[in-house]
Design a protein around this ligand. Structure first.
Ligand code: KG4
Ligand code: ZN
Length: 413
């Protein structure tokens, strides 16, 4: 993928405003199959950040990808291109920052518009909307733009990045590239936190693309101490769901099915699925063998004519129990080894209510502070991107750039 070098890197110091001001950040997230735009007000300080979500809009593409059994990058790219402009307008309206009145309309120089159009030359639908609608809006009173730089699907990431670059260029705003995984960790700050966060902390990130245990000894400092060696936890949920004839995304479907069993108590099945890497002595994970064990079990039950709604629910339950047990026990050992005082959990799989409950209980029993995002902020959203940019801004660590690229494999540092 070619990058549009349309401007020299503009880094005016490390942050554009003194850390005492209030800053409104417009954030864009397109790393996978959710198109998301948020506007968040940021104030306070690094140790006492105050965030106010002014707009949080998401357009889910689940129905489109469901027909294919998983996310199709080219379709995700097309949908982002279609959804971004309407979501931006809705977000500006929600935040009371919208005006397209005749007398407030800006008169951008032709060269400025054509440059913005050039940045979007690969996103045809977005380019059309941008030039016909967005370029006619009054420049909103936001202070910065943030966008997911990675990790994720590169064709999908590029749409958001090019949109953010075109907006930053047209409106002359600083642009912050953000690591999606840092967003999943910091989004817990979207809800007010009773007590000061105590370090060291262990972050458990479990999403469709990642399963990582991260040690953080201070704000914005990360060391990955364990990760999956093959499938991510969310990916395993999605693949096991397919084996059980459930639609994409599999996480919520397995969770629903497993709940039928949990409500009735533990099944007396004749099998127990493996708990992979539970005693490996490190903090790595592996879920691909567990998925294969489910596949063999499903094939065996089918050959015995026992692959029924009941046994499927039992498999979903046992699979979920296995993932929860491994994630929880490894998170606890990581806390013990690194003398952590806090656990932060984040990523789409954290939307799983049983996992939330078990982690919470484990944290309580071990006197650990436990932070978890609200359900609505567990799966992908743009508020998490605004928060990550906002916190880096408060720490004077926010790097402004207009020449960065999408990085599908970007990792936490
Ligand atoms: O963080 P996310 O929205 O996107 C990525 O960054 O990957 O995570 C999506 C993943 C999917 O694999 C989905 O099946 C899983 O999160 N997920 C769940 C639940 N809700 C979403 N997994 C288990 N239980 C859930 N309730
Ligand atoms: Zn995510």
């Amino acid at each position: 993928m070619v990058e549009h070098f349309f401007d020299v890197e503009r880094v005016r110091g490390s942050s554009p405003l003194p850390p005492t001001s209030i800053m409104k950040i417009l954030a864009i997230e397109t790393s996978c199959d959710d198109t998301a735009v948020s506007i968040v007000e940021v104030k306070g300080s690094l140790t006492k950040p105050v965030f106010k979500v002014l707009a949080n809009n998401i357009s889910s593409q689940i129905k489109i990808h469901r027909a294919w059994g998983g996310v199709v990058p080219s379709l995700a790219k097309r949908e982002h291109s279609k959804n971004l402009a309407p979501l931006l307008i809705k977000s500006l309206k929600d935040a009371n920052l919208f005006s397209d009145k005749e007398k407030t309309r800006p008169n951008f120089a032709k060269t400025k518009l054509s440059r913005a159009g050039k940045i979007l030359e690969r996103e045809l639908e977005l380019r059309k909307n941008f030039l016909q609608i967005i370029a006619k809006l009054k420049i909103p009173k936001i202070d910065a733009i943030a966008v997911t730089k990675g990790p994720g699907l590169e064709p999908a990431l590029w749409v958001g990045i090019n949109f953010a670059k075109a907006l930053a260029w047209l409106w002359d705003k600083p642009l912050y590239p953000v690591n999606h995984l840092e967003g999943h960790i910091l989004v817990t700050l979207a809800s007010p936190i009773k007590n000061k966060i105590r370090f060291p902390l262990i972050a458990l990130i479990v999403s469709g693309g990642h399963t990582e245990l991260v040690l953080s000894k201070d704000w914005l400092k990360y060391k990955i101490i364990g990760r999956t060696r093959d499938d991510a936890a969310g990916e395993a949920f999605d693949k096991v769901a397919r084996i059980l004839d459930l639609p994409y995304p599999g996480g919520p479907e397995i969770s629903k099915l497993a709940q039928k069993i949990s409500a009735q108590g533990r099944p007396a099945s004749s099998w127990k699925l493996p708990r992979p890497m539970l005693h490996s002595g490190d903090f790595d994970f592996s879920f691909s063998g567990l998925k294969t064990a489910v596949l063999y079990l499903a094939q065996k039950l089918k050959s015995e004519n026992k692959f029924t709604e009941k046994t499927k629910a039992e498999i979903a339950f046992d699979f979920q129990e296995s993932v929860i047990e491994v994630l929880t026990k490894k998170t606890l050992s990581a806390c013990q080894k690194y003398k952590a005082k806090t656990i932060i959990a984040g990523g789409g799989v954290i939307a799983n209510t049983s996992l939330r409950d078990v982690l919470q209980k484990m944290a309580e029993e071990n006197q650990l502070q436990f932070l978890i995002p609200d359900l609505s902020y567990s799966t992908d959203n743009a508020t998490m991107i605004a928060l990550a940019a906002g916190l880096r801004f408060l720490a004077s660590q926010g790097k402004i750039s207009r020449t960065f690229k999408a990085e599908g494999n970007l990792s936490l540092k």
